[in-house]
Ligand binder design. Structure first.
Ligand code: KIV
Length: 275
């Protein structure tokens, strides 16, 4: 059984992640939606927490992330912030809550005031003005590209993106424009490893991957997935760290610690988890 006493740790900030990028140290990220799990992630020294709109699916039981509201994100961000110790907290702006600049400002204000350190938005170059305005107002952004679940109805399902030459060129150009506009981080979901490697090498900002191969600067998993709490068939990039033989304590903190260490050691993900 893991000792759950909290030891004071140096807070992880964007500067920390930028430093990791320069030194080649990988960083861990898990989704989290409440104070208790945020506390356990602090004990396990997880670097960054994503209050993801995946909560629509894994907490609320919805069939997509579309029904999630700003009020939901505020509620869960505040809960996570109360349990958090040292991790950087990133919160998703939910579906259609940043369709206009005014909406983006109001949604970002709400989640930042609830305890987020940065916001995550799904999309490409069309977000440039929003990213720039938020940066000018003290709100760092992470831009989420590749498989963007809020666009599931456009994609016609949860499919690997960036496989064709034109999709690759578009994704690289989107990143160029968004980093130029002031995006502080890039998240790539379900893209070929070679494309994720290119993005990670080309841009100075930290790049987090999920189903994006072994080369990104950070790795994120949905907490329920990495604890083996599945309501549907897990994706190829998922690993159950709770029941894994390497989890000596057999508990949740052990699973979080092993994920964190596997990311740092470049032992997770492997090519078997990649596209
Ligand atoms: O909402 C979420 O959990 C996410 C991850 C899949 C990256 O955006």
């Amino acid at each position: 059984m893991t000792d759950l006493a909290q030891k004071p740790k140096t807070p992880i900030t964007l500067s920390t992640l930028n430093k990791y990028k320069k030194t080649g140290e990988k960083f861990s990220c898990l989704t989290c939606y409440d104070a208790s799990f945020a506390h356990l992630m602090d004990v396990a020294e997880i670097d960054t927490i994503l209050v993801g709109d995946s909560l629509g699916m894994v907490v609320q039981g919805q069939s997509s992330t579309l029904p999630v509201t700003v009020a939901d994100m505020v509620y869960h961000t505040a809960n996570v912030a109360r349990g958090n110790g040292h991790a950087l907290i990133m919160t998703d702006l939910p579906f259609m809550s940043y369709a206009t600049l005014a909406d983006a400002i109001s949604s970002s204000r709400a989640v930042m005031q609830a305890g987020a350190n940065m916001v995550k938005l799904e999309g490409g170059s069309e977000l440039a003005q929003i990213v720039q305005t938020l940066a000018n107002n003290g709100v760092p952004t992470c831009v989420h590209l590749g498989l963007t679940p809020q666009s599931v109805n456009v994609f016609g399902g949860y499919k690997v993106q960036g496989k064709t030459e034109s999709q690759t060129a578009k994704l690289l150009s989107d990143c160029e424009i968004l980093v130029g506009a002031g995006a502080s981080m890039i998240l790539l979901e379900c893209v070929p490893s070679a494309l994720a490697k290119q993005v990670t090498e080309r841009f100075d900002v930290p790049v987090i991957g999920i189903g994006a191969g072994v080369d990104t600067d950070g790795q994120v998993l949905v907490m329920h997935d990495m604890l083996g709490v599945y309501t549907r068939k897990p994706a190829k990039f998922v690993k159950d760290f709770l029941s894994d033989a390497s989890n000596e304590t057999g508990d949740i903190v052990g699973a979080f610690k092993n994920f964190h260490q596997a990311v740092k050691d470049k032992a997770f993900p492997t090519v078997a988890h990649s596209f």
